[in-house]
Design a protein around this ligand. Structure first.
Ligand code: ADP
Ligand code: ASP
Ligand code: MG
Length: 472
């Protein structure tokens, strides 16, 4: 049995949704078993919902009403394209209308309160998937398949960490099996909402932006799927983001560990948590292009024996490098521990750490949105040391990015860092800081924003990752 996830561009309009139906029917025919389908909202819808909720909270009634109108029009157009039976099209139109009324009422309450809570935001954001699953299931039925839209609030049980909820796997396994297996046995394709879940009490949550991939692997784990297929708008996992590196190449295979590093460091083709549930059970993942379903895509699995140094280059933007400096830090045990305990208490995650050998400074990288909280936490922790001038300064530099080179083949091979630095130096790009991941699968470095795209291209070229070159 296969779990397949279709991303936002794969369900972006009626034509695309009809194509999802055809791909699903073909998979059923070829494998002889009914797949589970997980879908995202139509592309751009989740962003619109977010804008509706935040403008409502700031006293604007016009924007959410406009957005409601746009969503209604876009979904109606898609229904007209892919649901030919007039009665079914009318019923789906009415259901869409009711869901949008509910959305408008919710925005109205947010407007009245003048406040948007994380819980309220999650309720709003999940609407896109609730609409797209109904539409996709209706399109499949229109094509003569058996399908049913399923809300993941009935399947994925999460904690109450709104905006970034984590699945409670035991409860989810029981619910997923109870809700989905009977459908599969009856040959009905369950079309499940990606991105959302609910607490054990039934309150709607979301698993984080871009997390429909993760929804698919959670379900794959719970149903012991044979494979999970992620359908997107690229040919697979590539050596770099093709929007930045035009000659980026599709990888035939990549290991769980490598793809986890790539996605953690910015390769948006897979959500960073996607691999966790499947790696535990050695369930292979394929990344495929829904616009060209005949292409082979990328296979992600346990071990990949390939003699390449570097698999891919990625970048994360909108970061800040925070530096804690002071002569009084030298040889004082526990400073680093206290810095990271303070950051940890603030609930912020650190993307990269480095300490100079003189022990006079520790620097680490966080997302820029988190900087004020982090700096405040450290200042409070070291109030006394700062008064005594043991710590001189807590500095921060905004508008930096991390570039990461990832590949299991880098492990134990000398000279990689020198080649990376050389490639950047040739372009006149200076490196602010560098760190090597403990796995040795990853070399990360910090550069200023303006240098990031050129830096990625330079390293990509240096390791011969482009389409026509071979790796040296
Ligand atoms: P979906 O809506 O299908 O989940 P996403 O936009 O989340 O699609 O992810 C696919 C996009 O990820 C691609 O269009 C591509 O621009 C981007 N991307 C970034 N890095 C990579 C990479 N290394 N390989 C493939 N795609 C990448
Ligand atoms: N629709 C959600 C988002 O845009 C989830 C996803 O697309 O994976 O974040
Ligand atoms: Mg995605």
């Amino acid at each position: 049995m296969i779990v397949m996830k279709f991303g936002g561009t794969c369900v972006g309009n009626g034509e695309r949704i009809a194509s999802v139906g055809r791909i699903t029917a073909r998979v059923l025919e070829q494998t002889g078993s009914t797949p589970v389908v997980v879908v995202s909202a139509m592309n751009g819808v989740t962003d619109s919902l977010r804008r509706a909720a935040s403008t409502a909270a700031s006293g604007d009634r016009r924007t959410y009403r406009l957005i409601r109108g746009e969503l209604e029009q876009r979904h109606e157009q898609a229904i007209a394209h892919c649901v030919t039976d007039p009665e079914r099209a009318r019923a789906l139109g009415a259901e869409t209308h009711t869901l949008l009324d509910w959305f408008e009422d919710l925005c109205q309450s947010i407007w009245t309160l003048g406040e948007l809570t994380p819980r309220g935001l999650d309720a709003v954001l999940g609407l896109g998937e609730r609409l797209s699953t109904r539409l996709t299931a209706a399109a499949m039925i229109d094509q003569g398949s058996k399908a049913e839209a399923v809300e993941a609030t009935e399947v994925i049980v999460t904690d109450g960490n709104f905006g970034n909820a984590g699945p409670l796997m035991d409860k989810t396994r029981a619910r997923a099996r109870a809700r989905l297996l009977p459908l599969l046995e009856a040959g009905v394709v369950p079309v499940v909402t990606g991105f959302i879940g609910a607490t054990a009490d039934g309150v709607s949550t979301t698993l984080g932006r871009g997390s429909s991939d993760y929804s698919a692997t959670i379900i794959g784990h719970c149903l012991s799927a044979d494979e999970v297929w992620i359908w997107s708008d690229v040919d697979g996992v590539m050596t770099a983001d093709p929007r930045i590196v035009p000659d980026a190449r599709t990888l035939h295979t990549i290991s769980y560990a490598e793809v986890a590093e790539l996605s953690y460091f910015g390769a948006s083709v897979l959500h960073p948590k996607t691999i966790q549930p499947v790696a535990q059970r050695s369930i292979p993942v394929r990344v495929l292009n829904a616009f060209h379903p005949e292409r082979p895509g990328t296979l992600v699995c346990g071990e990949v024996s390939e003699d390449v140094l570097v698999k891919g280059i990625t970048a994360i933007r909108d970061l800040t490098i925070v530096t804690v400096e002071g002569r009084g830090m030298q040889g004082v045990p526990g400073v680093a521990g206290r810095v990271f305990s303070a950051v940890g208490r603030s609930g912020v995650s650190v993307l990269m750490i480095s300490q100079s050998s003189s022990e006079q400074s520790i620097c680490f990288v966080v997302r820029s949105v988190d900087t004020p909280v982090v700096v405040d936490a450290i200042e409070r922790e070291f109030e006394r040391e700062m008064l005594r001038s043991d710590i001189d300064r807590i500095g921060s530099q905004d508008e930096v990015a991390i570039i990461a080179a990832v590949g299991a083949g880098m492990k134990g091979k000398p000279g990689i860092a020198a080649r990376v630095f050389g490639a950047l130096a040739d372009q006149g790009i200076s490196v602010i800081s560098i760190a090597q991941g403990s796995s040795e699968y990853n070399l990360s470095l910090v550069v200023v924003h303006d240098d990031v795209d050129e830096g990625v291209r330079a390293i990509h070229r240096q390791f011969g990752l482009g389409r026509i070159q071979t790796q040296g």
